[in-house]
Ligand binder design. Structure first.
Ligand SMILES: [Fe+2]
Length: 317
């Protein structure tokens, strides 16, 4: 097993397992659902996100952090604040939480299961970041993370939603990444996974670039990219997925969604998180100065965004 390249066996999930798993009572009959992947310890983005959620007028609303809410927060106080505020809501494990919850960092390294197109340098940086992060957890924090589920099911206005970190088959799967969604067989596989899981929408994250992809026959994939990092060139905002009975007031991409059995169309959107960018940069730079692993791996993206265009996000076919 190559650290950072492989999927541990305990990452395996199946859509059939999701089909057998009911939505918890608190995630049923919702009017508004936020799914937030890849916060990466960004407390400023968390602050802005929680304010947006609090301002939602719906009586039945829920916020799910679907993994990798920790990453850059490799300091005791910083980590504790993220964990406390995130775990006040629903959460699933990402590969980051799964790996730092172990007694020792295992053979999976960061657990990212990076595909071949991601260079060895990035993989090495990630393996070293996870070791720094692992060192700040208390045993109680480790247990809290280990107890989180690998996926959740929710229901919004009659729409069944599958919430995963990677894809339907693995916590760190890349089957729902924007590159995969360019391939018709991968879209067909994602549609089949929807049917096998008994959901009409999968909400995922992990691969760090957003895509709102029609899968055919009313099925959709919403990959929010990252809540805590820029997602498209020239825009510093993080993103989250919003499914609701009302339109999102601000969205990078938004589509109407007809749920089978729903009385009226729902609205599926990738919404921006505009936060205090300067304060976040200061926090990041203090912990990860020039030359550090995280700065060398992520500094350019945090400053300039990825080489990914806003026009690539929404794919109606
Ligand atoms: Fe991840």
């Amino acid at each position: 097993m190559t650290p950072g390249r492989s999927c541990p066996l305990d990452y395996r999930t199946t859509p059939q397992e999701m089909a057998r798993t009911p939505a918890p009572e608190g995630l049923r009959g919702l009017e508004t659902l936020y799914v937030v992947g890849g916060l990466y310890g960004n407390l400023e983005a968390l602050e802005a996100l929680l304010a947006a959620f609090a301002a939602e007028p719906a009586a039945r609303k829920a916020l799910v952090f679907n993994g990798d809410f920790h990453w850059f927060d490799a300091e005791v106080d910083w980590f504790s604040e993220v964990q406390q505020r995130v775990l006040a809501h629903w959460a699933t494990r990402g590969n980051v939480e799964t790996e730092v919850a172990r007694e020792q960092i295992g053979a999976a390294g960061c657990g990212c299961a990076y595909p071949d197109w991601v260079g060895d340098g990035t993989v090495d940086f990630s393996n070293r970041i996870i070791e720094r992060l692992h060192a700040v957890l208390s045993p109680a924090q480790r247990q809290q993370l280990a107890a989180l589920p690998a996926f959740l099911r929710a229901e919004v206005g009659g729409l069944p939603v599958g919430i995963v970190h990677g894809d339907a088959d693995s916590l760190a799967g890349w089957g729902f990444c924007q590159e995969a969604m360019r391939e018709a067989p991968m879209r067909a596989a994602a549609r089949q996974a929807c049917d096998a899981a008994g959901v009409q929408l999968f909400a995922s994250s992990h691969s760090c670039l957003p895509v709102l992809q029609a899968l055919g026959e009313g099925r959709w994939l919403a990959n929010n990219g990252a809540a805590g990092m820029p997602n498209v060139q020239g825009n510093p905002c993080g993103l989250f997925t919003r499914v609701a009975t009302t339109q999102a007031p601000r969205a990078l991409a938004q589509v109407p969604l007809n749920a089978v059995g729903a009385r009226s169309p729902l609205h599926l959107a990738l919404c921006p998180i505009a936060f205090d960018f300067a304060a976040w940069r200061r926090r990041f730079d203090t912990r990860w100065p020039p030359g550090s692993d995280a700065e060398r791996s992520y500094g350019q993206r945090i400053r300039l965004g990825p080489a990914y265009q806003v026009g690539q996000v929404l794919r109606q076919r």
